[in-house]
Design a protein around this ligand. Structure first.
Ligand code: GLP
Length: 258
């Protein structure tokens, strides 16, 4: 079992380091089988990471031509044009700045018709499976322990599906919309099972506000109340933290970096 906890001075240092780790992981997979599948999150936590990856692309240290992209979650319903959609976010922060091939981009569609949702979600799972699974899964973590939109109570065997957004998450998300009426109440998310099937998982968390949930996720019992704790069932997880988000952890167990 490999669970590494890497603690950096701040999110800038951590994101730089993670970007370099990703270059290695991506190239390793491309050398091995000709392509690499990656599943990416949105939110505030990965913004610096995407900036770093775009910079590494500009410096010709990496290219994304052979990277197949999936994403973790999407609000529902939402149009691609909506600036709060995760589709828009990923295009804005990463895809427009790099050379991902359009035919290798598979993002969850927040605009798919209700009656087609189940078949869309099943096809998403199948596509991942047919490509041999996710090589690299990056995750953020909600302050209530959610990963993707797998909110507290999510089952370990859950797969890609439509879910209700918890009141906790709704309050946070609605701040970015004009009004709560305009804020989607549901989301599409890949499942806990989908996440745990990835070969390698990186979980990012920055800042004091994430310190309590990071302690729960890493040190307390595996429990559906904190879906991120399911990651302890996985063989190969790396936690990318800063001094603040790791401040409540039992420090004896931790290998400090940088
Ligand atoms: C959001 C998303 C997650 C994200 C998490 C943390 O609601 N559902 O995919 O990882 O919350 O967001 P942030 O990085 O902004 O703290």
């Amino acid at each position: 079992m490999m669970h590494k906890i890497n603690i950096y001075e701040d999110s800038i240092q951590g994101s730089k380091s993670l970007a370099n780790l990703l270059v290695e992981e991506i190239n390793f997979n491309i050398n091995k089988k000709g392509y690499c599948t990656i599943n990416l999150p949105t939110g505030n936590s990965p913004i610096n990471l995407y900036k770093e990856l775009s910079d590494l692309y500009d410096q010709k240290i990496i290219n994304f031509k052979k990277v197949v992209l999936f994403n973790l979650d999407e609000l529902y319903p939402i149009t691609k044009k909506n600036k709060e959609s995760y589709y828009y976010y990923l295009h804005h922060h990463l895809l427009e700045k790099t050379d991902f091939d359009k035919k290798n981009i598979y993002l969850l569609d927040g605009n798919v018709k209700e009656e087609k949702l189940d078949s869309f979600c099943n096809a998403y799972e199948k596509r991942i499976e047919n490509l041999g699974g996710i090589d690299i899964q990056i995750l953020g973590i909600g302050r209530n322990g959610h990963i993707g939109f797998n909110e507290p109570g999510s089952e370990i065997n859950s797969i890609t599906r439509k879910v209700k957004i918890s009141n906790h998450s709704f309050k946070i998300i609605s701040k970015t919309f004009n009004s709560s009426e305009e804020t989607p109440r549901e989301a599409i998310t890949i499942g806990i099972k989908t996440i745990l099937a990835a070969s390698k998982i990186f979980l990012i968390a920055w800042g004091e506000k994430k310190s309590s949930i990071i302690k729960k996720a890493i040190e307390q019992k595996v429990n559906s109340n904190c879906p991120a704790s399911y990651l302890r069932k996985h063989q190969n997880v790396e936690y990318i933290l800063d001094v603040k988000s790791s401040s409540k952890l039992n420090l004896n167990r931790i290998r400090k970096k940088s």
